[in-house]
Structures are given as C-alpha cells and as structure tokens.
Ligand binder design. Structure first.
Ligand code: TTP
Ligand code: MG
Ligand code: MG
Length: 501
C-alpha cells in the first residue's frame, strides 16, 4: 500500500437534485426530490434541503410526499445528467490517466499515476483545485476524499459531504475505521451485512478482532480474507481505468466439450458464484448479467439480461444466468462458458426508477431501457402530449421554461433559465400549440441563441403560486427571490479564479 494520500475519490453532492437546482433558479435552496412520480415510484435522490425531512434515495415516493409535502417533485432528466457527468469526468482525466468511474457522479483518481500529487500537501492542493474547477465548469459542488487507498478515499469523501474535502492522514486509518459499521467496507452489501450482524459483528473493529480464520469460516475464503485485510485498513486495490472497470466476468474453457445439459447448468451456476465473489471483492454490484457460450464449432454467442437494480446477490446472478442459458441451444457440445456482470455500480439498493417501470426494462436494450426504467419521458408532441414535471419546454412567446405540473388538461410552466432570476409561472392547455418540448440549457454559460431573460418583466404575478390543476404539480416553491449568484455572473469567470487555500 502506498504511503501518501494520493488516491482521490470524488462524489458529486445530491447529484440529480443539484443539477435541477442549478437549472432552475426558483428551486435553489429549496427541497427538491427527483425520482419516479408514478404510483410505484421511488426517490432517486433528494436535495440536502429535502433530506432534513428524512427524504432519501430509495424511499417510496408516496412516503416522501408525506414527509416533505412542499418539496418540488421532478422526473429525472437522465441524458442531461450524463452530459454533466461527462464534463466532470473530463476534469478528472486531466489529472491522471487512471480514472475509475463508479457511477455517473463518482470516480476514483490515482493522482500519483498522473503526477498530479506525490505527498499530503500536493494531494490536498490537487483536490481543492479540482473542486474549484468542477464548480467553474458545471456550477455544481462535489466532495473529495483523499487517502492512501481506495477504501479510505471513499470513506473520506463521505465524511466531506456536502461540499467539502477530507484527507485521511496515513497512519490514522485503522483507528478511524474501528468504530464504523461493517457496511462501510467495500463488498459488504445488505446480505453480508445482515449475516455479520447476526453473529454479533457490527463494527469494523469487531471484524479485526474476530480474526481472519473466523471471517473465512463465516464468509468463505476469498471474501473472508479480503474483509479481514480491509478491517485492518489494508486495501491494495489499484485504481483501474474506465475500460477495464466496466464489467467483471469469469470464464472456463473445457478440455472436453460438455454435452450434458445438466452439467452445463451446474457449470454456469459455479461461474455465477465465482463472478459474484469477484464483484464483491471489488466492492461493486451490477445490473446486467451476461452469459457467454462458445460451442463445439467455436461459434460464440452472448446473451444478456438487465435486472431492475444492481445486485451482488449470488442467487440473483445464478438465476439470471440460468434463464439466459435456457435460450441457448447447446446440443453438439460446449467448449467455453462465461458469466459476467456489467453496468457496475457501487451501491446495491434496488434500483429506484426501475420499480416504477416494472418489467418493461427487460425487453428494452441500452439507452431506451434506462429511460424506461427511470420513468424518464420527454415531453411529446402529438395526440397525447405529456409534460413530465421538471422537463424543459419552450413557449413561442415566453421562451424557455420547465414543467412545474400538469393535470386536468392544464400544464403549468415556470419560465426561467439557469442564468436568469427565479421566473414566473403560467398555465396553458396541454394541447397549446405555442408550447414545445425543449432541450436542457447549459448550466454555466449562455449558449448561442439563448437570448431571452424570462425572469424580468413578463409573467403573471397571480401565477406565482403555480399550482397545477390537480395538485400533481412540482411543488410549492415560489419565484421572486433574489438572484443567488449561481448564474453566469458568479459562474465560470469568478469561480475559475478560486485557488486552493
Ligand atoms: P449518490 O452519489 O449516492 O447520491 P447523491 O449524489 O444524490 O447525494 P450525495 O451527496 O449523498 O452523494 O448517487 C448519485 C446519483 O445517482 C443520485 O443523485 C441519484 C442516483 N441514484 C439512484 O438512481 N439510485 C440510488 O439508489 C442512489 C443511491 C442514487
Ligand atoms: Mg453523490
Ligand atoms: Mg455517488
């Protein structure tokens, strides 16, 4: 393990909700909840203002509404979050060739490999500059953890939240870990956590005390061994660049082709277990299960299934792999079998949006599946026009705005842009020909052709309360507050001059 705290972990603060607040001046400083708004919808994330009321990721939306009835409730704009994520990842890649993204808003960076830092002081400076750059480029805040290992860098960024930087000084790691929950350790998902709790192991210190033999007995060799090392703050996992980190898979080539269908099934089950062990050791979970089969004639085929949420559960991966095998003809014999998991995430909760979209996800490949699973919809022109809360629109007279709510043939729109003052609200018929779906506007700079400033002068003061027709509106926030300096005036130019202190 290295001795300098040059592994950096970045995680954006309340990512989806912060993007929404940056896009929508009237929501800054307010409770914002992003997620599936359908009857089975769940919260993707909540702004820190909404977390005060107990709203958090994975909570059923109905419960969130009870806890925070006045929050703004928005449907995710995935494509836009992805584009912001890309800009953040670009900043990370400027620091080092070794950048390992874990999700849209999160990544490890090996600062030493990029020459960006070599000791405590330079690491702290690189981290502070990164935070300033992210703010300048995206208008958003991210929290940074710095430590001598991935595990501790991630713990550090968690402690830095929101909008902070924490560096764990080498030498203090074990003392810091001891009182923390076992769930803090990578590879300890809900299932393993329960398992350990049942035998009285609650904290990382408990694990260290239990000893390696006991952990191996409880969890098996690979997992027990890895966990024991981590409980002592020994974590040698290196930061792996994006391409290598995208999936975890295992495969076996057989000396003699396997003909027996039952035996093929047993082998696939074994591979699934091995794959999950690797996944867990890396502290990951994934949502796409891939089965690879090479037949007697070297023809190779892969089948995949995307689950409703990321998993690190061996039974779930085994079952999915078995289902995939059902659709493959193995008569003639099998030479090679492989099981992989991709679509990696570092959290294991059931995916939130997926529940709202039910089984639809399974049938759809790629992007489409993600949108369906997220409950994401673009406003659509046509016979049945739909106006998802939070999505962008343009009115031929009033300019750019977003859907605050709709129902009973009416749609309520707040006219504001990322760089305007909080805007006014107007209500239209859902089939109003002057109203069109629009693309999101950039957060920090004025894009070409976005000339209007809808916050001033126009709009109907009586529309300020902006309630939609049936109460399904985006929330009880009001316009009219002062400009809060997150617009272009305080954006790129000003923030770019911030220097690490
Ligand atoms: P997180 O980084 O876990 O959460 P966050 O960025 O919203 O808040 P924090 O400041 O605590 O980091 O997740 C990043 C985004 O991923 C989040 O904004 C929404 C989405 N997400 C899900 O869709 N499902 C989940 O279960 C979680 C945890 C997050
Ligand atoms: Mg985050
Ligand atoms: Mg994250």
């Amino acid at each position: 393990m290295r001795t300098a705290p040059t592994v950096l972990h970045l995680d954006m603060d309340a990512f989806f909700a912060s993007v929404e607040q940056a896009s929508k001046p009237s929501l800054r400083g307010k409770a914002v909840v992003v997620g599936g708004l359908g009857p089975r919808g769940v919260v993707a994330t909540a702004s820190y203002e909404a977390r005060v009321f107990g709203v958090r990721s994975a909570l059923p939306m109905a419960q969130a509404r009870r806890l925070a009835p006045n929050a703004a409730y928005l449907v995710p704009r995935f494509a836009f979050y992805r584009s912001i994520s890309e800009r953040v990842m670009e900043l990370l890649r400027a620091l080092s060739p070794l950048v390992e993204p874990l999700s849209l808003d999160e990544a490890f960076v090996d600062l030493e490999a990029g020459g960006a830092a070599w000791d405590e002081r330079s690491a702290r400076q690189a981290g502070a500059k990164l935070r300033a750059d992210i703010r300048a480029v995206t208008g958003l805040t991210g929290s940074v953890g710095l430590a001598a290992s991935k595990m501790l860098a991630k713990i550090a960024s968690e402690r830095a939240k929101p909008d902070g930087l924490v560096l764990i000084e080498p030498g203090t790691e074990q003392a810091l870990l001891a009182p923390l929950s076992v769930r803090t350790l990578p590879g300890v998902g809900p299932a393993t956590g329960d398992h350990l709790r049942r035998v009285g192991l609650h904290t990382v210190g408990d694990l260290a005390e239990a000893g390696e033999d006991e952990l191996v007995r409880l969890l098996g060799k690979a997992h027990g061994h890895a966990l024991y090392a981590m409980s002592l703050a020994r974590d040698d996992r290196s930061v792996v660049a994006e391409r290598e980190a995208k999936s975890v898979s295992v495969e076996d080539t057989y000396d003699v082709d396997i003909h027996d269908r039952v035996r093929v099934g047993v082998e696939v089950g074994r591979l699934a277990d091995r794959c999950v062990r690797r996944l867990r050791t890396a502290g990951l979970s994934g949502r796409t299960i891939v089965l690879k089969v090479r037949r007697y004639d070297f023809s190779t085929l892969t089948r995949s299934e995307t689950l409703r949420g990321p998993t690190d559960d061996p039974a779930v991966v085994r079952e999915a792999a078995a289902r995939l095998l059902d659709s493959v003809d193995t008569t003639g014999g099998v030479r090679l079998l492989g099981v992989g998991v991709s679509g990696l995430a570092d959290y294991t909760q059931e995916d939130l949006f997926a529940q709202a979209a039910g089984e639809r996800r399974k049938e759809l490949p790629g992007e489409e599946a993600e949108a369906a699973a997220s409950g994401e919809e673009r406003p659509q022109a046509g016979a049945e026009r739909r106006w998802p809360a939070g999505h962008d629109v343009r009115h031929s007279e009033y300019g750019h705005g977003w859907v605050q709510g709709s129902g009973l043939g009416r749609v309520t729109v707040r006219f504001e842009t990322p760089w305007s003052a909080p805007g006014r609200v107007r209500t239209f018929r859902t089939d109003d020909r002057a109203l069109h779906p629009a693309d999101p506007l950039p957060l920090t700079e004025r894009g070409p052709g976005d000339g209007e400033d809808s916050g001033d002068g126009e709009g109907d003061p009586s529309g300020q309360n902006g309630r939609g027709g049936d109460g399904r509106d985006a929330g009880g926030t009001r316009g009219g507050g002062p400009r809060d300096g997150r617009g272009p005036g305080a954006g790129a130019g000003a923030a770019a001059r911030v220097r690490p202190g």
